[in-house]
Design a protein. Structure first.
Length: 397
């Protein structure tokens, strides 16, 4: 039996990036002590106020269908919060509730680009971007982010990548996997390209609350950009509730009307009790959020210092987010082989970045999602493994 061409468009290197993670989960379930540093799943407990509101909603049997675009109160809260942060007007009509940032990117890009169009994405890029682009039918055009620039964009190369077929420039800051936080001048330059060439700017801001090198800047905040900017974000990372799958898309009002049709056919609205819990997060300044940002900042600096001792490896300290990038090319091992042997010999699971794009080849993404003592031990195990590799007599099976 034959399948639709769609199944091929959503496969690729990005889908294969999770092999080590899946293997590590199997080993942990079998009883092995594994340091799981593969995915960005917060280890801290969610704010209790969110849990209490969600449980209360369930007790009130708030389990029916929700409005397709989300409850008006939640959309209004997101709009008000976003307007305050960006200094630009945002109304409920600009907001659609979606199942996490991942779902928001999937649905938004389906509305912005299609077959025959091009979408410019700096790379390395998050592993699922490849499939999201494939699902839309548009062609992803990658522009390398080089380690010599701290993985910040080459604006001239970005401009040169624009063709008559370009419809969207897709950015992510703080960036996954590199941890780079775009400077205001960089956002302004990318925005100017979008205005000059009449392009959409799709901004993945899921790590917005985890920027610590400099403040996060949303392109929505810039003059003349609200009508062409689409922002996707969620509470998954900032509030430690990835399982809630509660995110949003903010864009021009016509986009919300199109998203209504997409969500009507795909989901028929999100869980109402989840939205009740999210409303607390979006209408209160919860101290746990600032504490988590400080956790990741401190952990990122500490792990970077430890990994700097790994021979023939180069660490990139993060400017934001919840990952540290480790370049292992000089060890003589490919990153997937390094990750495989590291799990086998030291019980530490990290993600090889080969599936994140050509500029990710030879890099490892190390998550900061373990409490401090265990994260330090994992870092020391990585250094120990690199030291063994550096010995002249080292041999690997």
């Amino acid at each position: 039996m034959r399948f639709s061409p769609f199944v091929d468009r959503i496969a690729g290197k990005g889908a294969a990036a999770w092999t080590i993670h899946i293997d590590a989960l199997r080993q942990r379930e079998a009883g092995r002590k594994v340091f799981l540093l593969t995915i960005g799943e917060p280890d801290q407990p969610p704010p209790q106020a969110i849990i209490a509101a969600t449980v209360e909603a369930l007790k009130r049997h708030h389990t029916g269908y929700a409005p397709i675009l989300g409850y008006p109160a939640l959309r209004a809260a997101i709009a008000a919060r976003f307007a305050e942060r960006t200094g630009r007007a945002c109304a409920s009509e600009n907001v659609a509730i979606v199942p996490g940032t991942q779902g928001g990117l999937f649905f938004a890009l389906r509305c912005l680009a299609g077959p025959g169009d091009e979408v410019i994405v700096p790379e390395p890029m998050y592993a699922t971007y490849e499939a999201v682009g494939g699902a839309s039918g548009a062609a992803l055009v990658n522009v390398p982010l080089m380690p010599e620039r701290g993985f910040h964009p080459d604006l001239a190369a970005l401009a040169q990548a624009i063709t008559p077929r370009t419809r969207v420039i897709w950015i992510n800051s703080p960036h996954n996997p590199t941890g780079a936080v775009l400077e205001r001048a960089e956002i302004e330059a990318i925005a100017e390209l979008c205005r000059r060439h009449d392009l959409w700017l799709l901004s993945d801001e899921v790590y917005e609350d985890l920027a610590f090198a400099r403040p996060h800047v949303s392109p929505w905040s810039l003059p003349g950009m609200a009508e062409r900017t689409v922002v996707v974000s969620s509470l998954s990372k900032s509030h430690a509730i990835p399982g809630f799958r509660l995110g949003w898309v903010i864009g021009p009002e016509p986009l919300s009307r199109h998203l209504f049709n997409v969500l009507l056919s795909a989901l028929y609205g999100g869980p109402p009790f989840i939205q009740d819990g999210a409303l607390v997060a979006l209408t209160h300044e919860l101290p746990e959020v600032a504490a988590m940002r400080e956790d990741y900042r401190r952990r990122g600096m500490r792990l970077s210092a430890i990994l700097a001792e790994a021979p023939k490896c180069r660490v990139t300290p993060p400017e934001g987010g919840m990952f540290v990038l480790l370049d292992v090319r000089a060890t003589g091992l490919a990153s997937d082989e390094f990750a495989r042997l590291l799990l086998k010999e030291e019980g530490v699971a990290v993600l090889a970045c080969d599936g994140f794009g050509p500029s990710g080849v030879g890099q490892l993404r190390v998550s900061l999602t373990l409490e401090d003592a265990r994260l330090e031990e994992a870092g020391q195990r990585i250094v120990r493994f690199a030291e063994r590799l550096a010995r002249p007599t080292a041999r690997r099976a």
